[in-house]
Design a protein around this ligand. Structure first.
Ligand SMILES: C[S@@+](CC[C@H](N)C(=O)[O-])C[C@H]1O[C@@H](n2cnc3c(N)ncnc32)[C@H](O)[C@@H]1O
Length: 312
């Protein structure tokens, strides 16, 4: 659990991490529990062919000590008509920006793979709150059989996640492939995209346990249900969503082998969420064990962590 002082050198998003709390509050970064939110957008599956052609998209390489992923960039103004807004609770939840935690997560799962602690080969993977989807792309490149990406906003999937998946996976597919086709990258991986709120998205995600009987009491292990690996970066900033997020991952994890890798800040100033707050929800329920995989104290934000959750 050594502190990682490596700096990414990338422009990443640092919400609620420094002393600019006043600015954040004046921009409307309030905990959504304190506001009256509009109803969430409907849950929908977004097909790869629904990729947005109207927004400007640029691609930059992101280097992880030899591993290169491509990071897209689109503007919140183009997609949501929001200038300078990092997050508007209930409308736009920050998916267009690359947060530091997603890079921490890629680094952590990469070293887990190198150390033999994790394999994606043939695995069913879900990335929650994906934004750019770099951790999910990494899982795909490492041989996942299924990768499902989820974001609050369909617009994020259409204008950022799908182009980013295309940019990273096309060079690894057949020369004839020009795009991620419906549900298939050409590498044999099933790739699908889902938009919607964590309180409702279980109705749409294909592999969840949605039956209380499956989850309570003595569930029969069902190898055909659940994701083997759930990835999520910077999803635990808002206290008001932690319970829904926890309940969702419980429905999503394969029993008994499913694991969750969560990267986030230990604490988000101004809104009160963070890894420790989320882990208090986990601990209260008593079903999952939590292990710290990495701690990042590089001075660019308050301390960030990567945790692994598994069924006890
Ligand atoms: C701060 S962004 C992080 C994006 C990306 N994981 C990264 O690290 O760059 C938070 C992500 O969680 C998703 N999200 C936040 N609240 C949500 C909710 N209530 N339901 C579904 N998704 C939500 C957002 O759409 C967004 O993708």
């Amino acid at each position: 659990m050594a502190a990682n002082s490596e700096k990414s050198g990338l422009e990443t998003f640092r919400l609620f991490s420094t002393s600019d709390e006043k600015i954040q509050l004046s921009l409307g970064f309030l905990d959504s529990s304190e506001t009256h939110l509009p109803p969430p957008p409907p849950c929908v599956e977004v097909l790869p062919s629904e990729v947005s052609s109207s927004v400007k998209y640029t691609v930059e390489p992101v280097n992880f000590g030899g591993l290169t992923l491509l990071k897209g960039r689109v503007s919140t103004q183009d997609v949501f008509r929001l200038s300078n807004s990092d997050l508007v609770p209930g409308k736009y939840e920050g998916g267009l920006k690359l947060w530091e935690g997603s890079l921490d997560l890629v680094k952590a799962i990469r070293s887990e793979v190198q150390d033999g602690q994790l394999s994606f080969t043939g695995k069913r993977v879900l990335e929650l709150g994906c934004g750019h989807g770099l951790p999910g792309v990494f899982a795909c490149l490492k041989g996942a059989a299924v990768i499902h990406f989820q974001d609050f906003n369909a617009e994020v999937l259409q204008s950022l996640t799908i182009p980013n998946v295309n940019a990273n996976l096309i060079k690894n597919t057949q020369p004839s492939a020009t795009n991620v086709t419906e549900r298939n990258t050409g590498t044999g991986t099933e790739v699908r995209f889902f938009a919607g709120d964590w309180s409702e998205i279980h109705h749409l995600l294909p592999l969840v346990y949605d039956n209380k009987k499956d989850l309570n009491g003595h569930p029969e292990p069902n190898p055909s249900l659940g994701y083997d690996v759930v990835l999520m970066a910077e999803t635990v900033y808002s206290i008001s969503t932690l319970q829904n997020l926890y309940e969702l991952i419980i429905k999503c994890m394969n029993r008994p082998h499913g694991v969750v890798y969560m990267a986030a800040k230990k604490h988000y100033f101004g809104v009160g969420g963070g890894t420790r707050r989320f882990l208090s929800v986990v601990e209260k329920d008593g079903i999952l064990a939590a292990n710290l995989v990495a701690e990042v104290a590089d001075g660019s934000s308050n301390v960030r962590e990567v945790w692994k959750l598994s069924l006890k």
